[in-house]
Design a protein around this ligand. Structure first.
Ligand code: FAD
Length: 642
C-alpha cells in the first residue's frame, strides 16, 4: 500500500475564516501546537466577503445599548429557538472581541468623537454594527492574519522555525475526520484528519487529539446564492460521518437582497447596510410595501407610517424603526410575495433605492463596494437610480450540535465546531452582523477548549492513534471518482449532478416550502446520490476541479438531505423555514430541536427537547411577548400562563 505522510499536532483547525483563525490564535496562545488547514488561499475565506459589520453592544452610538438588549434582539430574531446560553455568551462577550481586534491592529470607522462607529441593521434595536465601510470582513481577516504572522514571528525568535507552533496548510481539503477506530466505527476519540493538496493531489494525514471544524456554510447546494465555491457543507458532512449530529438544518437564511440582474451575477449580495443607512424597498407601483408586512409579534416595535420611519433615522429614541429593517426572514418573504403578486421589477425582484435618500457623495463613501458592484456588474449607478434586488440563499442557521460553553460537539470526544458550521446560536433566523461576532466569540472558545482537551488527552488516556486501515479507506474513497471510467456511458459528470442538486434545492426546498415538493426533493436527492456512486472524472490528481467537485458532492448531497428531511418534519413556519401549507409559527414546536444523524447510507431524524430558558433571561422580556413564543407547557411551568 502507498504510504501517506503523517504529521502530528496538538490541535487541528479545519477552516481559515474568522472562526478558524480566532480558534487557532487562541489554541496557540494556550500553548497548543496548532495546524490550520483551508481549501482556498490563506485570507480568501468567506469571512472576507462580509460587508455590513460586526454586532456588539458597545453603546457607542446609543448609550442605552446593553448585552441584555442584544440578547433580546437575537432571541427575537431567532424566534426563540436559539440555544439561549450561546446567545447570552455571544451578547456578553462580543464587545471584548471587537476591542481585542483593535488591539491587534484593526481600524474601524469612527464616530465624530473618535469612538468605534456603529450602524443600524435589521432586528437590532440600537445602532450596533461596528464596521469598516462595507468591507468589514476584509479588515477582520486581515487583522487575524496579521496576528497569526506576529505569533509565528514570536515562535521563530524562540525556535528558529516560523511554523513550529502554528502552521497554515493552504489550498488543502479535508475529506474525512479520522478516529481511533476504523471509518465504519462511530465510537472512539478523534485522532486526526485525512487531506489532499489541491495543486498536486497529494494525500496527507494530520494527527491530533483535538480537531476544530470551522468550515462555514452550505450555500453552494442552492442555485441562487451569495456564497462562494467553498461553501459545500464539508464540515457539516464531516461531522455527520464522524458521528456528530446536526441540529435544525431546516433553517436556511434567504437574504432579502441579492442582485437579480444580469443572470451571471444573480445572487451576489447587496448588503443590509443599504437599508440600515436609509435605503427603502419599493414595488413596481412605487409603493414602500414593507409597511403591509409587519407581523403581529413585531407590530409595536415598527413604524406605522413612512413619516415615522423616516424620522427614526434622526431621532431613534422617539420614533419606531422602518419595516425595511425587520429581520431578514420577514423582508425576504415580503419581497417574494410582491414578485408573486405581479408587482416586481422587470427582472423579477423589487427596487431598493438609496439614490433619492442620500447625496451621491455620501452613498459613495458609506457604500463604496455596493457602488462599484452595481456599476461594474450591472451598469447601474446607485447614486442615480434604484437597484433591483431579490432573495438569495445566504446563511445556514442549522449546524453541528455543540456544547454552548466549550464548542465541543455532542458525542465525538475531541471534535469541536465554531462559526457558521455550528448550530444553535441563531435559532431559526440570524440577525445581520451576528455572524462575525459569533465567529470571534465561539472561535475563541473552541480554540481554548480544544487546547485544554488536547493537553488533557496527552496527560490522561494518552494520544489517540490513527490506524492504517482508516487511512487506506479514506484514500480509496477519495480516489473512487477516477475509477468512474469503468461505468462507461453510465458514468456521471459531477458538474451535471451539482447543477441538478442546486436546481432541486432552489425549486423544492427554497424560500417557500410545500410538503409535496419537499417529498419530491428527497426522492430526487436519493436518485442523485445513487447516480453519484458512478461519478467519473477525467485526468489526474494535479489541480483537477472536476475531481474536487466530485468529492464535494458527497457533502452537498448529505447536507441537502438533512435540510429537506428536517424541513418536511417541522410542520410550522418559523424564521428561515417557511411552509405555504403550514403558515404561521406553532408554539408547540418552540421547545423542539431536530437532530440529523447518519443511519446506514441515509439520514435519520430525532426530536429532542430544548433546555428550558433560564428564568433570569426570561425576565428580560415582557410576559405578553413570551406568551407569543413559548409553548403552553413552558408558560405553565414558569407560571406565566395566567
Ligand atoms: P468561512 O469564513 O467561510 O471560512 C470557512 C473556511 O473553511 C475557509 O477557509 C474554507 O477554505 C475552509 N474549508 C471549507 N471546507 C473545507 C475542507 N473540506 N477542508 C479544508 N478547509 C475547508 N456576517 C456578518 O456578521 N456581517 C456581515 O456584514 C456579513 N456580510 C456577509 C456578506 C456576504 C457576501 C456573505 C456571503 C456573508 C456575510 N456574512 C456576514 C456572513 C459571514 O460572513 C459568514 O457567516 C462567516 O464569514 C462565516 O465564517 P466562518 O469562519 O464560519 O467560515
Amino acid at each position: 500500500m502507498t504510504s501517506v505522510e503523517r504529521q502530528r499536532w496538538d490541535v487541528i483547525v479545519v477552516g481559515a475564516g474568522g472562526a478558524g483563525l480566532r480558534a487557532a490564535i487562541e489554541a496557540r496562545q494556550r500553548g497548543a501546537r496548532t495546524a490550520v488547514i483551508c481549501k482556498s488561499l490563506f485570507g480568501k475565506a468567506h469571512t472576507v466577503m462580509a460587508e455590513g459589520g460586526i454586532a456588539a453592544a458597545m453603546a457607542n452610538a446609543n448609550p442605552h445599548d446593553t448585552w441584555q438588549t442584544h440578547f433580546r434582539d437575537t432571541m427575537r430574531g431567532g424566534k426563540f429557538l436559539n440555544q439561549w446560553r450561546m446567545a447570552e455568551l455571544h451578547a456578553q462577550e462580543a464587545p471584548d472581541r471587537v476591542w481585542e481586534l483593535e488591539t491587534w491592529g484593526a481600524l474601524f470607522d469612527r464616530t465624530a468623537d473618535g469612538r468605534i462607529s456603529q450602524r443600524n441593521f435589521g432586528g437590532h434595536e440600537y445602532p450596533r454594527l461596528a464596521h469598516v465601510g462595507d468591507r468589514t470582513g476584509l479588515e477582520l481577516i486581515r487583522t487575524l492574519q496579521q496576528k497569526i504572522v506576529a505569533l509565528q514571528q514570536e515562535d521563530f525568535r524562540e525556535t528558529g522555525d516560523y511554523e513550529s507552533r502554528l502552521k497554515v496548510f493552504q489550498e488543502c481539503t479535508v475529506t474525512r475526520i479520522l478516529k481511533e477506530h476504523s471509518l465504519k466505527d462511530d465510537s472512539g476519540r478523534v485522532a486526526g484528519v485525512f487531506c489532499y493538496e489541491r495543486e498536486t493531489g497529494r494525500f496527507f494525514v494530520l494527527e491530533a487529539p483535538a480537531v476544530v471544524l470551522a468550515t462555514g456554510g452550505i450555500g453552494k447546494s442552492f442555485k441562487v446564492t451569495s456564497n462562494s465555491w467553498e461553501y459545500t457543507g464539508d464540515g457539516h458532512a464531516l461531522a455527520l460521518l464522524a458521528g456528530a449530529p446536526l441540529m435544525n438544518m431546516e433553517f436556511v437564511q434567504f437574504h432579502p437582497t441579492g442582485m437579480v440582474w444580469p443572470p451571471s451575477v444573480k445572487g451576489i449580495l447587496v448588503t443590509e447596510s443599504v437599508r440600515g443607512d436609509g435605503g427603502v424597498l419599493r414595488n413596481s407601483e412605487g409603493k414602500r410595501f414593507m409597511f403591509d408586512y409587519v407581523p403581529e409579534v413585531f407590530k409595536e416595535k415598527y413604524a406605522q407610517s413612512e413619516e415615522e420611519g423616516d424620522r427614526w433615522y434622526e431621532d431613534p429614541d422617539h420614533n419606531r424603526r422602518p419595516p425595511e429593517l425587520l429581520p431578514r426572514d420577514e423582508v425576504a418573504r415580503a419581497i417574494n410575495a410582491e414578485v408573486k403578486a405581479g408587482r416586481g421589477s422587470p427582472h423579477g425582484g423589487v427596487f431598493l433605492d438609496v439614490s433619492t435618500r442620500m447625496p451621491a457623495e455620501v452613498i459613495r463613501r458609506r457604500l463604496p463596494s455596493m457602488y462599484h458592484q452595481f456599476k461594474e456588474l450591472a451598469d447601474v449607478d446607485i447614486t442615480a437610480e434604484p437597484m433591483e434586488v431579490g432573495p438569495t440563499c445566504h446563511y445556514v442557521m442549522g449546524g453541528i450540535n455543540v456544547d454552548s460553553e466549550t464548542a465541543a460537539t455532542v458525542g465525538v470526544p475531541g471534535l469541536f465546531a465554531a462559526g457558521e458550521v455550528a448550530g444553535g446560536m441563531h435559532g431559526s433566523n440570524r440577525l445581520g452582523g451576528n455572524s462575525l461576532s459569533d465567529l470571534l466569540v465561539f472561535g475563541r472558545r473552541a480554540g481554548l477548549h480544544a487546547a485544554e482537551y488536547a493537553a488533557g488527552a496527552e496527560a490522561g488516556a494518552g494520544l489517540p492513534e490513527v490506524g492504517e486501515e482508516a487511512v487506506a479507506a479514506a484514500r480509496t474513497e477519495a480516489l473512487a471518482p477516477f475509477d468512474g471510467e469503468s461505468f462507461g456511458e453510465a458514468g456521471e459528470n459531477p458538474y451535471t449532478l451539482h447543477q441538478e442538486l442546486q436546481q432541486t434545492m432552489n425549486d423544492l426546498v427554497g424560500i417557500i416550502r410545500r410538503e409535496g415538493e419537499m417529498a419530491e426533493a428527497l426522492e430526487r436527492i436519493a436518485a442523485l446520490r445513487e447516480r453519484a456512486r458512478r461519478v467519473a472524472v477525467e485526468g489526474h490528481r494535479q489541480f483537477n476541479p472536476g475531481w474536487h467537485l466530485a468529492l464535494d458532492l458527497r457533502n452537498m448531497l448529505l447536507v441537502s438531505e438533512c435540510v429537506a428531511r428536517a424541513a418536511l418534519e417541522r410542520t410550522e413556519s418559523r424564521g428561515g423555514h417557511t411552509r405555504e401549507d403550514r403558515p404561521g409559527m406553532d408554539r408547540s414546536w418552540r421547545p423542539v430541536n431536530l437532530l440529523c444523524r447518519t443511519e446506514g447510507e441515509g439520514i435519520a431524524l430525532e426530536r429532542v427537547r430544548t433546555e428550558p430558558i433560564r428564568p433570569d433571561l426570561l425576565a428580560l422580556f415582557e410576559k405578553e411577548e413570551l406568551a407569543k413564543y413559548l409553548a403552553e407547557e413552558e408558560l405553565e411551568s414558569k407560571g406565566l400562563d395566567a
